[in-house]
Design a protein around this ligand. Structure first.
Ligand code: ADP
Ligand code: ASP
Ligand code: MG
Length: 426
């Protein structure tokens, strides 16, 4: 017997027919003698719809009330799944975020889970009841509903798995695992049998939305075994217990898998893209100590994350241009703050551009292998793709390019690093 947390994303929960399919997968897992908790997302498109209602009601919406609205999508699907399971003869009940509770910090719309009181949940699972938990939602110290940021149900699932000490956390989605890049962009993307926490964390943080970044960080910290797999499978599919999807593993486990010949490791593990950033250029900033601090201090205080930064070579008159990126959603706020501080910073022009994309290549192999970055630059140059900014970490190289060239760049790099799957016909 094992204790399993299963999470189903929005596409898997979109409508009663799909929920019935999910209920069947859950029923089978429970019928194998396992204790099961299920974490669900809202139906696909529902959270977007709810966010739009908030915007229409009040453009400067109060995040606490926004959370009341957007958390409701998961309440609906958790109740529907419990009902459907009951209709299949299973014992099941829902546990809303405030009932457990899932305790979070008060940062509405981007709350972080502090802990889950799981005693009642565990007792109910031990008594053979399937627990159905809405993802994405929690409760703050002051007793109000919070949400965890878009894609947050993955994090809810990992947190539940940690709290109930689950043997495994299966994240069911609309693809059958983690691929070398988004399989919807590159038909030749390859499914990875395993990927390390460190690489998955980096891939998620640069745009591979198959897992929310925070869920990977939490799984790594708590040592939760995570598998990504598809809910769109037939009755004859390989059971989840036989690990048909992608396992997120520690570096030690990965080394073992490579030694056993079960996994082949390349310098680059995956490629991700992110179209949600915007570029800001400040021209003719004084080239002197403290100038850059004047720019980034107000942004930091406003909680705006700055990602890539480049300061150009100084001009003759002790001036320089500074370029950086911020999330597109924060661009208007960043612009207003910088205009406000114009005299203090002393720049000439503020130029913004949302038509950009960040393309990143990630792989632990980079630590020991030189030339990964130069392969990237050459492959992009060969296709006439201009690089506007570059950042690197130990296991990642990211470049900023024109948004229109995103798909082309991802495909070209996928081929350049030898990641393309062999042709079916070959
Ligand atoms: P869910 O609603 O189940 O949470 P998401 O839409 O959040 O699903 O995540 C699944 C999607 O992630 C896939 O449909 C795929 O297009 C995208 N994706 C991006 N990068 C990758 C990758 N490297 N491997 C697999 N899927 C990826
Ligand atoms: N429903 C939420 C969203 O769309 C959370 C999730 O699906 O993970 O962002
Ligand atoms: Mg998701």
């Amino acid at each position: 017997m094992a204790r399993i947390v299963m999470k189903f994303g929005g596409t898997s929960m979109a409508g009663t027919e799909r929920i019935r399919r999910v209920a069947n997968i859950v029923r089978k897992q429970a019928a194998g003698g396992n204790e099961v908790a299920v974490v669900v997302s809202a139906m696909a498109g529902e959270t977007d719809r709810l966010v739009n209602f908030c915007r229409e009601a009040n453009a400067l919406y109060d995040p606490a009330e926004y959370d009341v609205v957007v958390a409701s999508g998961e309440q609906v699907t958790s109740g529907l799944l419990a009902l459907t399971l009951q209709s299949l003869g299973c014992k099941a009940r829902s546990w809303l975020g405030w009932q457990l509770p899932v305790r979070t910090i008060e940062a509405h719309a981007k709350a972080r889970i502090e802990g889950i009181d799981a005693d009642d949940l565990v007792a109910s699972m031990e008594a053979g009841e399937i627990a159905v938990i809405p993802g994405f939602q929690g409760l703050s110290d002051d007793g109000r509903i919070t949400t965890l940021g878009r894609g947050g149900s993955d994090t809810s699932a990992v947190a539940v798995a940690a709290a109930v000490k689950a043997d495994r956390c299966d994240i069911y989605t609309d693809v059958d695992g983690v691929y070398t890049t988004d399989p919807r962009i590159v038909a030749k993307a390859r499914k990875l049998k395993a990927v390390t926490y460190e690489e998955m964390l980096e891939l998620a943080s640069v745009g591979a939305k198959v897992l929310q970044t925070r869920s990977v960080g939490l799984a790594m910290k708590e040592g939760v075994r995570v598998q990504v797999l598809s809910s769109f499978v037939g009755d004859d599919a390989v059971p989840a217990d036989e690990l048909p999807g992608t396992m997120i593993v520690s570096e030690e486990e990965m080394i073992e898998l490579v030694e056993k010949g079960e996994v082949e490791r390349q310098h680059v593990t995956g490629i991700a893209h992110d179209k949600n950033e915007a570029k800001v250029i400040l021209t003719r900033v004084p080239d002197k100590p403290g100038a850059v601090a004047h720019i980034f201090d107000p942004l930091a205080k406003a909680g705006i994350n700055v990602d890539m930064i480049i300061q150009n070579v100084g001009r003759d008159k002790g001036e320089t241009d500074v370029t950086f990126t911020v999330p597109q959603a924060d661009l208007a706020r960043a612009q207003a703050l910088l205009e406000d501080k114009r005299d203090e910073i002393g720049y000439n022009r503020l130029i913004t551009d949302s038509q950009i994309a960040k393309i990143s290549v990630v792989g632990v192999g980079m630590k020991s292998h030189a030339g990964v970055a130069s392969t990237m630059f050459q492959a992009l140059a060969d296709r006439g793709i201009n690089i506007q900014a570059i950042t690197t970490s130990e296991i990642k190289v990211s470049v900023l390019i024109d948004e229109d060239e995103t798909e082309l760049a991802v495909r070209v790099l996928h081929t350049a690093y030898g990641l393309d799957a062999a042709d079916e016909a070959a």
